[in-house]
Design a protein around this ligand. Structure first.
Ligand code: ADP
Length: 246
């Protein structure tokens, strides 16, 4: 489903990704962990071209792009790749002037050109799935952070993405509210949604991941099945990182 090879990204003179390879089969969950500043968010944002890599290649389903510094991508190619992904941000990013329902309806009508009726039906289904059927008419400021994040997940799902990307989806939430978001993500995993998740919650990572990668200073220093990475790390650096968190 996702195949990235040799991804490089620098911001000015600072290299942030220094040759990252990853692949993820359909229906699997990849979790990215690592210290702050190691390039996790940048890697995730490269997967839907919110950041354009300087070098390397990326395939998502049957859309493939190669990156080369100084060569601009065609808008059509960017859109073709990006529409296969849905992104859930740390800070929810709901449209504040729209109800929960309309947040989920909006892009279905404007981007997918669905009728209002069809979009609403799908939005209600998705709000039900994330446990918010009774909050459809609430504005974001009347919802808890956990509820807002669940609306954001429903909104991302409404675009029928082939892969969902999560950037620290619970880091702005108290543990209790985080738990309701994690439950929804686990449910999506059980249903076979392909997902890439950046998180610092190691227990959640161990629970939900099929594959874990540990980033440090712009490279993957360790990867594998969660039980191997967490219980039997190969490198001293991984052990040190996991110890700091334990
Ligand atoms: P992580 O998610 O692991 O904390 P990030 O990918 O957010 O790491 O950041 C890695 C490095 O890249 C940091 O030093 C950060 O300051 C820098 N960085 C990230 N985004 C930008 C940007 N848009 N412009 C300049 N520097 C950035």
């Amino acid at each position: 489903m996702i195949q990235a090879s040799g991804l490089h990204k620098a911001f000015g003179a600072q290299p942030v990704l220094k040759g990252v390879d990853l692949s993820l089969p359909k229906g699997k969950v990849l979790v990215i962990i690592g210290p702050s500043g190691s390039g996790k968010t940048t890697l995730l944002r490269c997967l839907n071209l919110l950041e354009v890599p300087d070098a390397g290649s990326l395939r998502l389903g049957d859309a493939e792009l190669r990156f080369q510094e100084g060569i601009k991508l065609r808008g059509k190619d960017v859109r073709s790749l990006r529409k296969r992904t849905g992104m859930v941000f740390q800070s929810f990013n709901l449209f504040p002037h729209m109800t929960a329902l309309n947040n989920v309806v909006e892009a279905q009508v404007t981007v997918q050109r669905k009728s209002r009726g069809d979009a609403e039906r799908r939005a209600r289904e998705l709000l039900d799935k994330v446990g918010l059927a009774d909050r459809a008419d609430f504005y974001p400021h009347k919802l808890s952070g956990g509820q807002q994040q669940r609306v954001a997940i429903a909104r991302a799902m409404a675009m029928d993405p082939e892969v969902l990307l999560f950037d620290e989806p619970t880091s702005a939430l108290d543990p209790e509210l985080a738990a309701e978001v994690l439950k929804v993500i686990k449910q999506l995993a059980a249903e076979g949604m392909t997902m890439v998740i950046v998180t610092h919650l190691m227990k959640f990572a161990a629970d939900v991941a099929d594959h874990v990668i540990l980033m440090d200073e712009g490279v993957i220093i360790e990867e594998g099945a969660p039980r191997d990475v967490f219980s039997n790390p190969k490198s001293a650096r991984t052990a040190q990182f996991l110890n700091i968190l334990a």
